[in-house]
Design a protein around this ligand. Structure first.
Ligand code: ADP
Length: 162
């Protein structure tokens, strides 16, 4: 199987993202996580922080590479002469948006295919927004994110809570 690109904002990377990427490595020979740099979107973590955390989370996973990309994912695919995208599907609520994205990407790049993978049931209700809320309010995000992200949250919100 060819290389697959796994794009996302990863603000920040969670165990749900990791679950999907690792699943993808069982199907594809190489998986490239692409950290999107959309300056118009508001993120808690900077592009640099998001990139560093994704790299740290996948350190030691041989089939996963991490890159950052400032433009459209189809241009990233073109540049790498690739055509496969990985996306995660949690609940039905993801479907409409993902469906639109998959068709739009295929309209922009003929031959672009999106492969959807479902995470382990324990990550079905996990998303970055919820994790940020928990961290902001002083909760323990340990079960939801890799250790590097837990530490970064601690640093970011140090002093804002007890
Ligand atoms: P979002 O699209 O929700 O802003 P990302 O861009 O970081 O978040 O997500 C990248 C991809 O990872 C998307 O396909 C998203 O559905 C998937 N993903 C995120 N969290 C999970 C999870 N808990 N389980 C499965 N897939 C997930």
């Amino acid at each position: 199987m060819p290389v697959a690109f796994y794009p996302g904002t990863f603000d920040p990377i969670t165990n749900g993202h990791i679950d999907i990427a690792v699943r993808a490595t069982r199907i594809f020979t190489r998986v490239i996580a692409v950290v999107a740099e959309n300056p118009a979107k508001h993120h808690l973590f900077s592009a640099n922080e998001r990139f560093e955390l994704v790299k740290e989370a996948f350190r030691g996973v041989p089939k996963i590479e991490v890159i950052r990309y400032p433009g459209l994912i189809v241009d990233c695919l073109r540049e790498h002469n690739a055509s496969v995208l990985i996306r995660g599907l949690r609940a039905l609520s993801d479907f409409d948006y993902e469906f639109q994205m998959a068709f739009t990407n295929r309209n922009m790049l003929t031959g672009a295919e999106t492969v959807f993978l479902m995470p382990s049931a324990k990550y079905v209700y996990l998303n970055s927004t919820m994790v940020k809320e928990i961290a902001k309010l002083g909760g323990d995000v340990g079960p939801f994110v890799p250790e590097c992200v837990r530490k970064r949250f601690k640093k970011k919100f140090a002093g804002t809570r007890r």
